[in-house]
Design a protein. Structure first.
Ligand code: GLA
Length: 732
């Protein structure tokens, strides 16, 4: 018998709860106190119910999280507990007493007591940034540590945001060894976990694994998050892409994060996530508080695609910056793949002229534009334009671009420094290092210690100047190395193990300060490819670079993975000449793949012949006609490249009057082989208006009703290795 089971007594005594379902048929408030004694809160979204209450030992306990309408969705039995063990399953699991879960709070008090005892104090239901929010305050009475647990409800997207604030109300410091953002408890069942893995050039690979008793941990320790902090959990066999219950979520944090999936031997599953406190600790001085980042959790009754649709809506409407969330992203050209560090004004202007001719709206110069930057061994840290490359200065070059009718963007890597730079020569103490350890370089870089205020002030000065003096509309903010030797020898002892926390906090403040002063500039997050993409970064950066690997077949896989967690509106996707796997897909195919996200071009377009220019011009024009669907539409993933050699993505407008279907073949199966029969000859569409008639482009100019397209489908018309088709559906 587990401790939890031994705690289950007094079931009958607690059966006098008020009804949780509204009896008058009105839409219930998102958060309701459904019982005063015992205290029980019920949080309702469109499709989910989350319940929690206070047990008779004063501990706040989770009661239920799942679908609306599940019988018995009030679990009152954990509220009256065996006094010998107390509540061992907790809403905010803490180290102390009988510990049955992965803890969210672990502290050490001044007398070296390491057990916490957090009991309910008060609650408040209020509105925070336009959404209902529940705050539950818990207090460790003797040591006066207050822990406030927040649940903000995004009811229409079935999403809950969870975070904690720890406040030291005593007059002596408390050492915080762990403070996770939140925990969720799911009923006993068999569960599968879907998550990403990633490494450079192979980001967003999907993995499905059965959760067996024990703890499965996903984590990052070196700031490099080629695997984004996203998960989906579903009962074994009960859910798939378009049906069945799925719990999903993300840790919204750009530093080291972790997520634990703790399956007890009773079969219950705890999901918990937040900052990875590995080699990190925080001293809370009297009256000081620590706010965790957010853990986003959601529930989809309609499968993984439903979970993605909710996350996309949430990211686009609740996460992306207000200044940019309602604007369509421009088609960009970036000269990195064409010229690398060899940036020459005249050559860039030639590229720009061609870019304008084919329909590009934003011209971006990548690495290599600043003083001393002839290769990756020098220059990082000194952010003045290289006068040898731009003799008339940067802004005079930008003027030429804007006169052509395009806006201008530029690459920066603020957090890094080369040893061969004026900045490093002046301030060697500004890099993270330990006095008697080698400070390892990666890509010839050391990492600036952003935990230091003087470093942040310097960086703000540099980039504020760059943005103030030049007409820059777009910043690609890169970060190309992993964290090592996170030492800060000058800092007082209590700050030494806070370096990683302060670094990320200051990084966020730096971006916020630059954006407050330059709100119209569009920002893209890049990190040696997709090494720092998460919902907190996307609340600042308007879009993301998912991978340095632009091979279209590889991108089909990565984009399919990416779209599980983040919307296409943030997914930069380029046409390049690069062939990572010796594949030679056609230019049309490269465009068709890139057009499923934010279209960019990185080829050496100055070398293109008339045929290539013609293809690009037509494809860019076509993209402009559908980009609102891709960027703001509803996604249906119809065929997975993780299951077959094919992939189909469909985007539908909110009013269902228009849609676009991207159909990709990665390689052809041998005709008449058994493998060939695995791929259906038709692809059934989704999300259309059954009664509407749609004209379907590229389908011999035919029309079909939504009903036909959803029940019979579009024929498979992408034959041959790396073949593709784009169908545009327009309601008549
Ligand atoms: C990283 C980025 C690339 C490019 C180079 C420039 O590798 O991911 O897109 O910007 O840096 O050095």
């Amino acid at each position: 018998m587990t401790l939890r089971n031994s705690a289950v007594i007094g079931l009958a005594a607690c059966m006098t709860l008020v009804s949780a379902r509204p009896v008058d048929g009105k839409t219930p408030d998102a958060i309701t106190l459904v019982s005063q004694s015992p205290l029980i809160w019920r949080i309702e979204t469109n499709a989910s119910v989350y319940q929690l209450g206070v047990a008779n030992d004063g501990i706040v306990v989770p009661l239920f999280y799942g679908s609306q309408g599940v019988p018995g969705d009030i679990r009152d039995f954990p509220l009256k507990v065996n006094p010998l063990v107390g509540s061992t399953i907790r809403e905010v699991p803490f180290r102390g007493g009988f510990v049955e879960q992965t803890p969210a709070v672990e502290v050490v008090y001044p007398d070296l007591t390491r057990d916490c005892d957090l009991t309910f104090q008060s609650h408040e239901i209020f509105t925070l940034d336009g959404a209902p929010c529940l705050r539950i305050d818990m207090l460790d009475k003797h040591y006066k540590l207050r822990v406030s647990s927040f649940i903000r409800v995004i009811a229409d997207k079935d999403i809950l945001e969870k975070w904690l604030i720890l406040k030291n109300e005593a007059d002596a410091p408390v050492l915080v060894e762990n403070a996770q953002s939140g925990s969720v408890q799911l009923d006993a069942d068999e569960y599968d976990l879907l998550h990403f893995s990633g490494r450079w050039s192979d980001e967003f690979m999907l993995h499905k694994t059965k959760l067996t008793p024990g703890v499965k941990t996903l984590q990052v320790r070196d700031f490099f998050s080629w695997t984004s902090p996203w998960f989906a959990v579903m009962p074994d066999g009960a859910a798939d892409e378009h049906s069945g219950p799925v719990w999903f979520g993300q840790v919204a944090y750009s530093g080291n994060w972790r997520m634990d999936f703790d399956k007890s031997s009773s079969g219950a599953l705890q999901l918990i996530g937040g900052v990875n406190f590995w080699d990190t600790a925080l001293t809370l001085a009297p009256q000081q508080e620590f706010k965790t980042p957010k853990l986003i959790v959601g529930f989809s009754p309609d499968g993984l695609n439903g979970a993605s649709q909710r996350l996309h809506d949430y990211a686009r409407n609740d996460v992306l910056r207000k200044e940019t969330r309602n604007t369509l992203r421009p088609v960009l050209y970036n000269s990195w793949f064409a010229t690398e560090f060899d940036v020459k004004q005249e050559e860039q202007l030639k590229l720009a002229k061609r870019a304008k001719d084919i329909g590009v709206e934003l011209f971006v110069i990548d690495d290599g534009w600043f003083k001393g930057r002839v290769n990756d061994k020098a220059g990082l840290g000194d952010w003045d334009v290289d006068k040898a490359k731009f003799p008339d200065g940067l802004n005079s070059f930008i003027e030429k671009i804007t006169q052509m009718g395009m806006s201008f963007g530029i690459w920066i890597e603020p957090e890094m420094v080369n040893k061969d730079s004026d900045l490093y020569r002046a301030h060697p103490e500004w890099v993270l290092h330990y006095p008697y350890r080698v400070a390892h370089e990666q890509r010839n870089q050391l990492m600036l210690n952003l935990a230091r205020q003087d470093v942040c002030d310097y960086l703000f000065g540099q980039f504020d100047k760059l943005l103030s003096e030049n007409n820059i509309a777009f910043i690609k903010w890169d970060r190309n190395r992993q964290l090592s030797e996170p030492g800060w020898p000058d800092a007082p002892p209590q700050l030494q193990r806070q370096v990683r926390l302060r670094y990320i906090d200051n990084l966020n403040k730096l971006i916020d300060a630059l954006q407050a002063k330059h709100p119209a500039v569009l920002f893209e997050t890049c990190s040696g490819g997709g090494g720092r993409i998460n919902l907190d970064m996307l609340s600042r950066m308007d879009q993301a670079w998912p991978s340095d690997n632009t091979n279209p077949t590889a991108r089909i896989m990565m984009q399919y993975g990416y779209l599980n967690a983040f919307p296409a509106k943030t997914m930069a996707s380029w046409v390049t000449d690069v062939d990572w796997h010796n594949a030679a897909p056609s230019l049309e195919y490269r465009f068709d793949v890139a057009m499923a996200g934010l279209l960019g071009i990185g080829s050496n377009i100055a070398k293109w012949d008339d045929r290539q220019v013609d293809i690009a011009t037509k494809k860019i024009a076509q993209y402009k006609s559908i980009r609102d669907l891709v960027q703001d539409g509803t996604l249906y993933r119809l065929v997975s490249p993780f299951d077959t050699q094919r992939c189909v993505l469909q985007y539908v407008s909110a009013d269902k009057s228009r849609a676009v279907v991207f159909m990709y073949n990665m390689w052809d199966t041998v005709q008449l082989s058994t493998n060939a029969t695995k791929g259906s000859q038709f692809v059934k569409l989704k999300g259309l208006d059954p009664d509407a008639v749609y004209a379907v482009s590229d389908f011999w100019d035919r029309s079909a009703s939504g009903r036909t397209l959803m029940n019979i489908g579009l024929p498979w018309l992408a034959w041959g290795d790396t073949a593709s088709k784009i169908f545009i559906l327009t309601g008549k």
